[in-house]
Design a protein around this ligand. Structure first.
Ligand code: UN1
Length: 518
């Protein structure tokens, strides 16, 4: 173990975050919840057991829902700017605990400490955004066709919002949802990934502290733990008008069907298969930075990770040589050691999927340019460290159509116009993020035009990952169509009501209908 690892101080971080490793429970008190089975939170960094967490039983869940529903009755009456003030205080607490939470994210999930801190920063940013938003939850007014009438629309909170989040952004994605939902007047019940339950408990503790300090009910922010079966308590629950789910397309399809069966609303942010188109006019250095960070950052486990490089044949050799060269410099190892670029992937199941994907793509005819493989030996005892790989493929290969949550980059050639690259890019089922590297204005504009990228995010001279919170975040097709985070994404957390007020002594009907009664 290197010095940095010994200095890491996970115990101290857990302490700051109010987590007792021997006794991590669900949100509303361990003593009430003694029946659930136990999740073991293992760090992919060193394979150590960090803590055990009890899962939520149906009986526990019903208690949580009662707590949430009664908290909603109080929270919804508090003026939105005052709710914003609570979110401001929450952001202040995050600033205080940024280091500890960033460390826990890094240790429990495996991303680099820098990225852990970056994730907490995303939480802080969305809170700041939500504070401003709390004074702007505006509807439109419109002219009535009837004299002496006023018509307008207003937004009311929805109620209890159910949040299902993934392991890869174990804290930020919850905050995107929750900070907006809170200022909108909703209360939240959160099921974090069963792979990162401690991140959930840490966030819950921070929120609970803020609510307690303000004499507000803890039920404004509730936490449940467990796998898909626990998630199904929420998706099937008619008391939850909105489910926001982030994760795989497979999971999203189940959630969408269960929520739709009861005509609830769902906000889905699912798999991506993100490509960078590299045109003859691309800046090589920028392309390499964008592609390498996009493909190996977070060990290829972002929904926005770069999975495909679609390179013009005229610059193919040059770009490949530069990217391969950059891969040689990657240091793989403990993500808490700031010298390393790539940490572990989440668990040994993910390692199996990575190995299988590489095998399959080679079977289909893929040509390995940078060899992958599982790393073993000292410092890699968790068996979760893999080498980032690059494979040259044809766009139609089966593996290339799928999202494998691991650092595998598929590279392919296009010929002729940028339209041909766009055909390849848009030919997959997913539609989250996309990028073009070009200094040619026409190509850039074509990429962004109606005939261009079909993704929710389309970037010029930036990679596919690392979106800012100010924009709406999400994608089309199998990515699920939802939008979270910035812009007007808040509207999904509210119900819209159209109000018409008659301030005359007559009752004229709309559409000119006469209905005379004496
Ligand atoms: C995700 O992987 O689910 O754009 C979210 C990015 C980050 C968020 C990714 N801001 O890469």
């Amino acid at each position: 173990m290197s010095k940095k690892v010994l200095d890491f101080g996970i115990d101290k971080a857990l302490n700051i975050l109010g987590i007792l490793p021997e006794n991590a429970g669900t949100s509303t008190g361990e003593e009430q919840f003694s029946n659930g089975s136990v999740i073991r939170s293992l760090s992919p960094v060193d394979g150590q057991l960090i803590a055990k967490v009890k899962t939520t039983t149906k009986a526990d869940y019903d208690v949580v829902m009662e707590t949430a529903t009664s908290a909603f009755k109080i929270w919804r009456k508090i003026p939105a700017p005052q709710r914003g003030e609570i979110v401001r205080q929450f952001a202040d607490k995050l600033r205080e605990k940024k280091e500890a939470l960033g460390k826990l994210v890094s240790y429990e999930m495996g991303k680099s400490y820098q990225e852990g801190l970056g994730e907490v920063q995303e939480m802080i940013d969305i809170c700041d955004f939500a504070v401003g938003l709390s004074r702007q939850l505006h509807g439109l007014t419109m002219h009535s066709e009837r004299p002496g009438h006023r018509m307008y629309e207003q937004y009311h909170p929805l109620g209890v919002v159910g949040i299902i989040s993934a392991f890869n952004f174990p804290v930020a994605v919850w905050a995107w949802n929750t900070a907006l939902a809170w200022v909108c007047g909703d209360v939240c019940v959160w099921k974090p990934s069963e792979k990162t339950p401690l991140c959930g408990i840490a966030c819950h503790n921070i929120a609970a502290q803020v609510f307690a300090e303000n004499n507000l009910p803890e039920g404004i922010s509730c936490l449940i733990n467990g796998d898909a079966k626990v998630g199904a308590f929420m998706t099937k629950d008619t008391r939850i008008p909105l489910i926001s789910a982030t994760g795989s397309t497979k999971m999203g399809k189940t959630v969408a069907q269960e929520v739709a069966a009861r005509l609830g609303k769902s906000l889905l942010e699912l798999g991506g298969n993100n490509a960078i188109i590299v045109t003859p006019d691309a800046d090589v250095k920028m392309t390499v930075i964008g592609a390498v960070f996009g493909a190996v950052g977070t060990a290829g486990q972002r929904c926005t990770s770069t999975r495909r490089l679609i390179i013009h044949e005229s610059v193919y050799d040059k770009i490949i040589a530069a990217v391969v060269e950059a891969y040689k410099q990657l240091r793989i190892g403990n993500p808490l050691d700031e010298n390393n670029h790539v940490g572990p992937i989440i668990d040994t199941d993910a390692v199996k999927m990575y190995t299988k994907a590489l095998k399959q793509v080679v079977k289909e005819g893929g040509h390995v340019l940078v060899e992958g493989g599982v790393i073993s030996g000292e410092g890699f005892e968790s068996a979760c460290y893999v080498k980032p790989a690059i494979v040259a493929v044809e766009p139609h290969f089966k593996m290339v159509q799928q999202e494998t949550f691991a650092p595998i980059l598929y590279v392919m050639k296009y010929r002729g116009d940028v339209e041909n690259a766009l055909d390849i890019q848009n030919s997959v089922a997913q539609g989250l993020s996309s990028a073009i590297m070009t200094n040619n204005l026409r190509e850039a504009e074509r990429f962004l035009s109606v005939e261009g990228s079909d993704c929710g995010i389309a970037n010029v001279n930036i990679g596919t990952s690392g979106a800012e919170i100010g924009g709406a975040f999400g994608g089309e097709k199998e990515t699920g169509g939802g939008r979270e985070s910035g812009s007007d994404a808040w509207k999904v957390y509210m119900r819209r009501q159209t109000n018409t007020i008659n301030y005359t002594t007559e009752l004229p009907l709309a559409q000119g209908i006469k209905f005379d009664i004496d």
